[in-house]
Design a binder for this molecule. Structure first.
Ligand code: 5RP
Length: 222
């Protein structure tokens, strides 16, 4: 296992401590979350059920005996556990490297608490090195791309990939993300964009960050 994977596994294992029993929870997507599902399954802790954000997450949940529930069948989730592609010091994030940021944002909205699990490479002072994923309706792809170029971005179509809802993803480099909240809103005001991978409106409440010298809990909101 790579050093980075070891750190992802440590952050994921720590997150199990924050899962309340007999509650509904939300589970994100990605390799860090895969470690979390495994750790939760092996812990013997029992949740009432979990809302999943991707096919892979659903498959792993089934493998570890975690019951899946639809987002439409719950009014709240006690906690949402997910990874990030980048997370800054106020816990705003870029997500969607795996293309699942739209279901992730929906499920995060339902949760009382969003816990991000990450290895130290994801913790940045400024968002934007990682290209920003934007989910677009296929018929709006070129029109949206031109508007992104006008904003200073360099969009690139994610070739051979369609989201859970059959849409396209534009990965965008070069945008000025120094004000993540206003960029998130500005992008979502463009017709044809389903949602973008900035999580500033709904930032994380707690970051479980695995560093080579140990696991740190970061909560700048207290
Ligand atoms: C998927 C995501 C993931 O959380 C993000 O890509 C991090 O993935 P990983 O844990 O594999 O590094 O947002 O849409």
């Amino acid at each position: 296992m790579s050093k980075q994977d070891e750190l992802k596994q440590q952050a994921a294992a720590k997150a199990v401590e924050f899962v309340p029993e007999n509650e509904y929870i939300g589970i994100g997507s990605g390799t860090t979350v895969n470690f979390f599902i495994e750790a939760l399954g092996k812990s013997g802790k029992k949740v009432k059920g979990a809302v999943s954000t991707s096919q892979k997450t659903s498959e792993l949940m089934a493998q570890y005996g975690i019951a899946e529930i639809s987002a439409n069948d719950v009014t709240r989730l006690a906690v949402y556990i997910d990874g990030a592609d980048e997370i800054n010091h106020t816990l705003q994030m870029i997500k969607g490297g795996g293309g699942a940021h739209v279901p992730e944002k929906i499920i995060a909205q339902l949760a009382d608490q969003f816990i991000c699990i990450a290895d130290e490479s994801k913790y940045v002072t400024r968002l934007g090195k990682f290209p920003l994923p934007i989910e677009v309706l296929p018929m709006a792809r070129s029109m949206v791309a031109r508007q992104l170029v006008a904003m200073g971005g360099q969009p690139e179509l994610r070739i051979g990939y369609h989201t859970l809802h059959g849409n396209d993803i534009l990965d965008v480099r070069g945008l000025d993300l120094s004000q993540p909240l206003s960029v998130e809103r500005q992008l979502n005001a463009i017709t044809g964009i389903v949602d973008n991978g900035l999580f500033a409106e709904k930032s994380a409440d707690l970051l479980i960050l695995a560093r080579s010298n140990g696991v740190e809990l970061i909560n700048p909101h207290v």
